[in-house]
Each structure stands twice: as C-alpha cells, then as structure tokens.
Design a protein around this ligand. Structure first.
Ligand code: ADP
Ligand code: MG
Length: 303
C-alpha cells in the first residue's frame, strides 16, 4: 500500500496554479525524489502533504487515511527538514533537540538518549553545549537533520538537505539517508542536485509548472529520454545549418541548444564524427539525470 497517495491535488494562489492535478503514490520505505526548476510547485506540494497548507482541490491519504481526518497523527509520523534554517539561536545545540522533542511529547529521558545518539551520528558530539551562532553552515544543516529524526519519523521529508555542504558532510548525509533504507523509513527528497537524486532515489518525479511531467527510476528516465550517451556538437555559425540538416536526414533525436547541439539515443553504429569539420568540436559522454531534466523542463531560466 502507498504510504502517501494524492488524487487531483491542486493548489491555486489567486491567478497562480502552483500545483495542478497531481496524482502520486509514494511507496512505504522508498526514497522518492522531487525535482523541478524554481517555481515548479515542489514546496507547495510538500506543504500540502505535511498538512501545513490545505489543498484548493483534491485529496491526500497518509497510510490509507484521509489527511483531513488525521492531521495530528500524520504530523507525528513525519520528520520535516526545511530548506531554511529555523533553529532557535537562543538555545544550545542540545536544547534545540530537547525543545523539539517536547513538541512530540517524547519523555525527557528518552529525548536525552536520542539527542546524544543523533549528535554522535551527525558528528556533532563536540558541539553539545554550543550556541547555534557558533556553528558553521554545514553543522547547522546536520543539526537540522538530527532534529528531523528526533521523533523517529516513518516519513522523512527533506528540502535540499545537502545545499551548501562540503563534500565530506554531503557524503555523511548521503550515507545516513541510505542507511534509513534498512529501517524502512520513507524519504521524500526535494533537490536540485541531480547526482544526489540519482544516487539516493528509488524513483524521481520531475515537476514543471505545477504538474508531474514524468516519474520513474532515475536510470529508467535516462534511458527513455536520453539513451546511454549524449553527443555534444559545438557548432559555428557556418556549419550549423548543415549539421542540423544532416541530423534530421539521419532521423536522429537532437536538441538545438544554440552554440551546442545535443544528440540523444545514438547507437553504437551511428558515429557522428564524419559530421564535424575541423572548426567544430564533438564529444560524447555518459547521459545523466540532468540531461533528462533539461529535456523535460527546458534550458532557459524560468524566472
Ligand atoms: N504563499 C504563496 N502565495 C502566492 N503564490 C505562491 C505562494 N507560495 C508559492 N507561490 C507560487 O506558487 C508557485 C510554486 O511555488 P513553489 O511551490 O515554492 O515552487 P518550488 O518549490 O518548486 O520552487 C510559484 O509560482 C510561486 O510564486
Ligand atoms: Mg521550493
């Protein structure tokens, strides 16, 4: 059974349709990625699922129950790690965790035990009594993660959990998120980091203008929309039309990116090297989720 299910989920802000008829089923225990350019509707969707913002239309079920009828229960089983740091600057690291634990009515002894364990898990044991302002950005982000786990949530919702982290801290977080696999914790991960989505997520949904435009395992999306390799042709103004004509006549799947042309789904026997004169450059590389992202949401800036 899906742990979270939505039907025709819609949110309208005056004339902006932020989320438009989204039908989703998130399976228990999976890591589910939510990708999309700024303004795609990711945060709005998350806010509805976490019972922070009511839908304009449509329904949400959590563990088979209508969210409208089980707000408190649903919130108790969710851990939310927000994009923006909302730690209490007047409290120490330890006090931040203990205060948060109180919201969930976790007994003091148990809260203390979990805090110590989580601080060790995120390598913050030395910072126990530090004030928030004494922490680096990476430490704050790790503390947000520790705090999000204090109620041992069955569903963990993470908005850009590794934004601004150095590579060591990023790998630590990736490792912890992977470990939650074996504990059966469902994870919903909003990210702009395509490598992160590829490494961590069982499935990803790509959102664009309020809608889910595609949803599948990362490798399945890559092979469907791009193939295993991408050929990039750097073109000059003279060669451009000739190359495009030739790609069309060969029936190839390509995208005109201005000074670069991207060619997809090229098979082994379709070498493109003969297309390119000495003035142009050709390279091919393994396809990534980022290629899929660009194909589905465009290359130009939205805002
Ligand atoms: N509280 C709000 N009031 C009005 N418009 C909003 C509000 N929240 C989000 N929006 C609009 O809804 C759209 C989706 O925003 P958001 O969900 O924040 O996207 P994302 O998280 O994918 O960047 C945007 O056009 C945004 O401006
Ligand atoms: Mg957002």
């Amino acid at each position: 059974m899906a742990i979270i299910k939505t039907k025709d989920l819609t949110k309208r802000f005056k004339d902006v349709l932020a989320v438009d008829d989204v039908n989703l089923e998130i399976e228990e225990g999976e890591c589910f990625g939510l990708l999309g350019p700024n303004g795609a509707g990711k945060t709005t969707l998350i806010r509805m699922i976490t019972a922070v913002s009511p839908p304009t239309k449509g329904k949400i079920w959590v563990q088979g129950k209508d969210l409208k009828d089980c707000h408190r229960e649903a919130k108790a089983m969710m851990g939310v790690i927000p994009q923006l740091d909302n730690l209490d600057p007047d409290l120490t690291v330890f006090q931040n965790l203990m205060t948060f634990a109180r919201y969930f009515n976790i007994p003091k002894n148990e809260a203390r035990r979990r805090s110590v364990e989580l601080l060790a898990l995120f390598k913050l044991e030395d910072k126990y009594n530090s004030r928030i302002r004494e922490l680096s950005g990476g430490m704050r982000r790790r503390l947000l993660l520790a705090r999000g786990l204090i109620n041992m949530p069955m569903i963990l919702i993470l908005d850009e959990p590794t934004l601004g982290l150095d590579p060591q801290a990023k790998y630590l977080v990736w490792h912890k998120l992977t470990e939650l696999n074996s504990e059966g914790v469902t994870r919903i991960l909003c990210t702009h980091n395509m490598e992160e989505a590829t490494v961590l997520c069982d499935r990803v949904a790509i959102m664009h203008e309020g809608r889910i435009v595609s949803l599948d395992a990362p490798h399945a999306l890559i092979s469907r929309y791009v193939g295993s390799e991408v050929w990039e042709i750097e073109v000059n103004s003279e060669g451009r039309d000739r190359i495009i004509q030739e790609l069309e006549s060969r029936g190839l799947d390509f995208e005109d990116g201005g000074s670069e042309i991207y060619v997809f789904h090229v098979t082994d026997d379709q070498s493109l090297t003969d297309l390119v004169s000495h003035a142009e450059r050709l390279k091919h590389r393994p396809a990534t989720l980022e290629d899929v992202f660009f194909r589905l949401t465009g290359r130009s800036l939205v805002e």
